[in-house]
Design a protein around this ligand. Structure first.
Ligand code: ZN
Length: 270
């Protein structure tokens, strides 16, 4: 008993000298780790709004909905019956549709899909629009502004009608469908700003979503996109990460004759 009482006293005396500096060192290291983590976090995310790409949010990319193909990119033409089957699948699986410029409305864990169309082809109005009306689903069309009203593309009147239906929003796909990653900085800025102004003049509301033509972008393009007021920018990269910068959001291609199982696989959480 005597031994037991004495021993702790002895240990305590020693600990006053040795443990105190150790505690300070531990606290200092802990604070250093926290500070480093915070610095790294702000370097990585500072000033950027990171969109939380939840496993249940799917961003789908279409171009044309047309049984007939023309030109060389046949794979871009999704057949009408296939498109309808895909919409039915989304409905049956309980997915809600959201606009590309409103992903902030998606709640965590919600089964959400963002349907996008690139290039503003006329069949988005003649074929896709009635089917989206039938299923009450929303979609976003990315327009190269210089192609509006040209042969095979949406006219201003069609864009207005689609917008007024409440089922469509419109984003920019630059002025000339420019490959931005290899463009000069003045050209990038002109493509981003002039397309935004032109589309806003038609739809009468701010354009805040952008799809990079050919999915081509780099750090400079992302900076210019933010500078010109684009809040959500879409690539053609398939989703692989749980989090993405708002300036480089992933999309999954839907291509011609894609089996419905393959479409369904796009919706499966990895
Ligand atoms: Zn395109």
């Amino acid at each position: 008993m005597q031994k037991l009482l004495n021993k702790p006293q002895h240990t305590e005396k020693r600990s006053c000298r040795s443990v105190f500096p150790t505690r300070i060192a531990v606290i200092a290291v802990f604070l250093l780790v926290i500070a480093t983590a915070l610095i790294l976090f702000f370097i990585h995310y500072g000033g950027k709004r990171t969109y939380r790409y939840t496993p249940d949010t799917k961003i789908i990319l279409y171009h044309l909905i047309n049984d007939e193909t023309y030109g060389s990119n046949e794979y871009l033409f999704v057949k009408e019956a296939d498109f309808e089957e895909q919409l039915k699948t989304l409905r049956d699986e309980g997915y809600q549709t959201f606009f590309a410029d409103e992903p902030y409305k998606i709640k965590n864990g919600e089964k959400a899909v963002v349907i996008t169309f690139d290039d503003g082809y006329e069949d988005n109005y003649t074929i896709a629009f009635p089917l989206l009306q039938k299923y009450g689903m929303k979609a976003t069309v990315f327009l190269p502004s210089s192609m509006i009203g040209t042969e095979g593309h949406l006219s201003e009147a069609q864009i207005k009608e689609m917008q007024e239906s409440g089922l469509f929003h419109f984003g920019s796909h630059t002025v000339t469908h420019a490959k931005l990653d290899t463009a000069l900085s003045e050209e990038i800025e002109r493509e981003l700003s002039e397309s935004k102004t032109a589309i806003e003049a038609i739809i009468g509301k701010p354009v805040t979503a952008l799809a990079y033509p050919n999915g081509a972008y780099n750090d400079m393009v992302e900076l210019f996109a933010e500078k010109h007021g684009y809040l959500y920018c879409y690539t053609t990269n398939p989703p692989q990460e749980p989090y993405y910068e708002n300036t480089a959001l992933p999309r999954s291609y839907v291509t011609r004759n894609m089996p419905i199982e393959e479409f369904r696989a796009l919706l499966v959480t990895e």
